[in-house]
Design a protein around this ligand. Sequence first.
Ligand code: HEC
Length: 153
Amino acid sequence: MRSKAAYFSIIVFSIALFSCGRYEEFKNSATENYPDAKMQKYAKYMIQGKQLYTTHCSNCHQENGDGLGKLFPPLAKADYMLADIPRTICGIKYGLKGQIEVNGQTYNQAMPALDRLSNLEIAEISTYIYNSWGNEKGMIEIKTIKESLSNCP
Ligand code: HEC
């Protein structure tokens, strides 16, 4: 009896929805929600990314992304980093060494590998550093991390 009543109310509800022309409205609101879901994911990456950055990166690159003197290069508006996202992803996972030039300044120290970070964590950190301190590269997806890591030098 219960399930019959349930069916009955579903039918009545559907008829009401269709007959009032509410169905279109209902359908449109469902599709409009999609960008919200994307924004929520972006917001989550930024929040998690900031935490991970504080734990794993800010000792050297500093909380404000300015780096530290001639030892640690800046990430804020850093031409080297902005020019190549896959290179940054490989650097986070496997470390970086050798002479590089960032915003006209030469650096030559080793950055340690952080190979225990998961692809999701690297995506969160990357999204955070590429969208903070004036950098505006948009969301960096796990898919991009996987692709980049399979092509590291
Ligand atoms: C122990 C200090 C240290 C830590 C921790 C560290 N880095 Fe670095 N990072 C460096 C050094 C030193 C270089 C320059 C390497 C070179 O000279 O080849 C560098 C270079 C870079 C570069 C490329 C240069 C630029 O400024 O554009 C990026 C991007 C970067 N680091 C991001 C990160 C991120 C993200 C984290 C955290 C996940 C991190 N680093 C953690 C020391 C560090």
